[in-house]
Design a protein around this ligand. Structure first.
Ligand SMILES: *[C@@H]1O[C@H](CO)[C@@H](O)[C@H](O)[C@H]1NC(C)=O
Ligand SMILES: *[C@@H]1O[C@H](CO)[C@@H](O)[C@H](O)[C@H]1NC(C)=O
Ligand SMILES: *[C@@H]1O[C@H](CO)[C@@H](O)[C@H](O)[C@H]1NC(C)=O
Ligand SMILES: *[C@@H]1O[C@H](CO)[C@@H](O)[C@H](O)[C@H]1NC(C)=O
Length: 521
């Protein structure tokens, strides 16, 4: 990105230390912040949203610069991540791992006196550079990174073994690089794994019989030995929703925490919900591998609200009400009773560009809508207060109240199907399917939904509401009682509303930014 001006100010400042307290309730609750959206909320809005809701830990899926910049100085603890497609590089070269740690962790890990230069980007964002006297310019952040997630569910059976041989070497190289950088005592590398890396044998389906999957048992043993050597936690993603989604015979109530299901009897221990049973299956597998006391982080857990008959707000509300109460009370599980469990909810916001290979529900995991509005009652403190609502995102700007609809005067509909397909392959139509909020509309309703979804993805560009003459913009909201025809939000540079700045304005803006920066410290 071209810079408007070079170095404008040099100051010396002190970065405050970060607080790593783990108190029960929201203070101890982590949140996954994914950004696979056509119109992501501005990072600053998201960070304010996290703060307003008392969330002190966040898990990212990369080391997105804008997200990290917005998190700077917020006091929020961060788990950064290395995407699967980078594992091969990091596995093959300890030098690459060192470079990655230097670029993505060390520059976010600084306290004491630092020299700052303030730089202005042409889209109005202010970036703070640290002159470290080395070749590169690094950004200054308070110590915030606590974990590095190496890969994301790399042993998923659906990946056909693609990451089997590279995940462990990448984990070793990254942790060794952290150790060499002198931060390995505070910053731990871990591998978020899907719960499909362990199971109980078909003839003994109880948690205490849990073992790592036979095809990767040796590899898992190596990994947990390495994690143990470095005092690093095991990270697992547990999804009771998927138990229901994948198995029509799964007892509905067993997915939730309010009883009602026939308990599973494990040698006298009664399991009343699948979350506990799943977690304890892992505990048994760890024990069998010689690490029964290894700390376990739940890297993802949550419930989607659309895209499947079981993905609905009422179920999500019920699931979280039960989960959050137990977490706040440090109930633990039968194998690890009365313990704090470190948990990251999945996720903060709906993401309309996530892959729907796993299912249409994938784009609807947010506890908040795409625009940061709450979907259902939720009390993050786990006190179970009735009708407690999350604090919505502040200062969100919407595009104009214009929708794109099927032109009712068009007679020749022969090209309608192809145009709907085109719209839906570029925008999110997952709410149209069976069991979803917009299912059951007529052809015109489907067409309008698809056209509008595409038009909004394209930020309401005129040319995006034509579809070979089949569509036209309208000012009346086509939404129904159950189905929202959404208006997208203003995002990116426009959301920052940067006017063209002259020299004096730049200096003023930089001074203001500097004052804000100092206020953070
Ligand atoms: C895994 O294998 C299946 C069946 O051979 C194939 O359909 C699928 O695309 C493969 N997935 C990947 C990620 O390679
Ligand atoms: C992993 O390594 C094994 C043993 O060297 C080899 O047989 C297998 O093909 C490798 N898998 C992949 C996906 O590279
Ligand atoms: C509307 O779209 C959905 C999802 O593609 C489809 O299942 C349904 O049959 C469509 N309805 C009509 C009337 O074409
Ligand atoms: C539709 O959006 C409105 C806010 O614009 C919200 O209150 C309502 O719950 C949404 N309905 C559905 C079915 O998502």
């Amino acid at each position: 990105m071209a810079r408007l001006a070079g170095v404008l100010l040099v100051v010396v400042a002190t970065v405050a230390c970060w607080a790593a307290a783990s108190a029960p309730g929201a203070a101890a609750l982590g949140m996954n912040w994914g950004t696979q959206a056509s119109h992501p909320l501005p990072p600053k809005v998201v960070v304010q949203l996290l703060k307003d809701n008392g969330i002190k830990k966040v898990k990212l899926f990369d080391t997105d610069f804008a997200a990290m910049s917005a998190l700077a100085g917020s006091g929020i603890e961060v788990m950064v991540a290395i995407p699967n497609n980078m594992l091969a590089d990091l596995a093959g070269s300890s030098r690459a791992a060192k470079d990655w740690v230097k670029r993505n962790v060390q520059r976010f890990d600084f306290d004491g006196g630092v020299t700052i230069k303030i730089d202005f980007l042409d889209d109005g964002r202010v970036v703070q550079w640290l002159d470290n006297g080395d070749s590169g310019q690094w950004t200054v952040y308070a110590k915030a990174v606590r974990y590095v997630a190496v890969g994301n569910e790399p042993f998923l059976e659906a990946y056909n073994g693609t990451f089997i041989n590279i995940t462990f070497p990448a984990l070793q190289n990254v942790q060794n690089a952290l150790n060499d950088a002198g931060v390995g005592d505070r910053i731990k590398a871990t591998v978020p794994l899907n719960a499909d890396v362990y199971n109980s044998p078909a003839n003994n389906q109880v948690p205490s019989a849990g073992r790592f999957r036979p095809d990767i048992a040796g590899l898992m043993k190596d990994i947990v030995d390495f994690l143990a050597k470095n005092n690093a936690p095991f990270t697992v993603n547990i999804y009771p929703f998927l138990s229901l989604y994948l198995n029509d015979n799964f007892p509905l109530d067993y997915a939730f925490f309010d009883g009602g299901a026939t308990p599973v009897n494990d040698n006298g221990v009664l399991y009343t919900n699948v979350f506990d049973a799943n977690f304890d299956t892992l505990v048994a597998a760890l024990k069998a591998a010689g690490h029964g006391d290894m700390p376990v982080i739940v890297g993802e857990v949550g419930w989607p609200t659309d895209g499947d008959k079981h993905a609905k707000s009422s179920y999500a509300e019920r699931f979280y009400a039960g989960l959050l109460k137990r977490l706040a009370a440090n109930t633990g599980t039968p194998a690890r009773p009365n313990q704090y469990v470190e948990v990251y909810l999945f996720g903060l916001l709906d993401e309309d560009q996530k892959s729907i290979a796993p299912g249409n529900f994938e784009r609807h995991w947010g506890i908040l809508r795409y625009d940061g509005q709450p979907k259902y009652a939720m009390d993050l403190t786990g006190q179970g207060r009735n009708n407690a609502m999350l604090v919505p995102a502040q200062g969100v700007k919407y595009l104009s109240k214009t929708w794109c609809a099927l032109n009712p005067n068009v007679k020749d509909l022969s090209k309608l199907g192809a145009n709907i397909d085109y719209a839906c392959s570029n925008a999110d139509c997952t709410t149209l399917g069976y069991g979803s909020t917009c299912n059951g509309m007529d052809v015109a309703g489907n067409a309008t939904y698809a056209f509008n979804a595409y038009y909004q993805v394209k930020s309401q560009e005129d040319s995006a509401c034509d579809f070979q003459g089949l569509a036209l913009p309208v000012q009346t909201d086509p939404s129904t009682a159950t189905c929202n025809f959404t208006i997208q939000i203003v995002t990116g540079a426009a959301a920052a509303a940067a006017p063209a700045l002259g020299g004096a304005a730049v200096a003023g803006a930089v001074l203001l930014a500097l004052l804000q920066l100092l206020a953070l410290w």
